[in-house]
Design a protein around this ligand. Sequence first.
Ligand SMILES: Cc1ncc(COP(=O)(O)O)c(C=O)c1O
Length: 436
Amino acid sequence: MTGPLIHNALGATPPVVERAEGVWLWDAEGRRYLDGCSGAVVSAIGHSHPHVTSAIARQAVKVTYAHRGAFTSAAAEEVGARLSRMTGFPGVWLVGSGSEATEAAMQFALQYQREIGRPHRTTFLTARAGYHGSTLGALSASGHARRGAVAGLALDMTALPAGDALRDQGDRTEAEYAAQMLREAREIIERHAGTLAAVMIEPVGGATLGATTHPPGYLQGLKNLCEETGALLIADEVMTGMGRTGTVLACESEAVEPDLVAMGKGLGSGYTPIAGVLVSQRVLDAISAGSGMVLGGHTYAGNPLSAATALAVLEVFEAEDVIARGRAAAVTLRGALDGIAVRHPLVTEVRGRGLLLGIELDAQDRPQGKTALALSAACTAHGLIVYPTTGGYVDAVIVAPPLTIADGEIASLVASLDAALTDVEVALEARQVPHA
Ligand SMILES: Cc1ncc(COP(=O)(O)O)c(C=O)c1O
């Protein structure tokens, strides 16, 4: 199919999707694919869940849109109440996408600092390698190849280390590695402390680093540094939130309490574009004691159709114990991936947390990301979709199927991946590129 619609790679048209169910997608030619990465780590509850599709149909004939300046809806209120119960955060601000969520979280941080009499606190620090979205502010916060899209317009924020044990830990223990990262972070944060509004970080590296984890203690150390210097901590849980790493928020597993959390992806699980910011009491108090008004909002934020859809998704999460199912599936999948990694010299590391897993590929002397793209294409040929990192730092694919994936489906995923790895290895051997 070629036409005026622009795809990322001009002239390369992806297969036409026709329908989907559970972990499976079908194209217009009738080919079936296992969704091994939930799209872009989105479809947490799987595709075409009847509880959600019927909620969409019911809401569609009642009211789909009313502006939040004039109306709220029962569904939007209930989404707020459920997210608050699930996460312990007292405030929930709805937006339409992950990029909007990270930018809204940054605006909340700026407003917090203004409301408490520090209007000069207008800068942010983020990780050198990371991804927070593709709008200008979110790209400014991102150490990712896409940053090139806005070139010199991007503000300079990307200075802090992020966990990348494969490349950076060396002979150090995890504790020594965390301590080294925190020494570096302290030096940078203290240097910016006079103007720093907030630090923003992904609790587990996503689109850029491909499911890298920070060494234990790093996130808490960052939170402590923020407290010491009067900055807020924003956790970007757009990818990691909603149970992707085994707990509702990834920060929970280290008992770290951020001041603001950006969420997206799994919240709508692909049934509607919806995202949000979890707002702590401290930030709410500052706003209510000050202007009492949040300066922000998007036209479609919290619209009744998206809210009813997200509510149905949250109901499925609860009724089907989706997060616990994801934890169990993660153990099975991780074991199987570790198993095939041993047989494939191309694989240098299997890593990640919960059902956010990364496979790093040996990419010596090759442009970063090229081998991952080759593996992703080989997987597609074997009926499996995986998510190649494109940040320009690593050569890795993300494996992150729906949290509801069954054991038999995990076996199919692993068999396709195994075959695809062999294909890429054979192709590399044929070109005599060393990979071991
Ligand atoms: C951690 C993180 N933050 C923000 C975003 C941006 O989300 P969206 O693409 O919905 O704007 C992404 C998307 O991949 C992400 O992984």
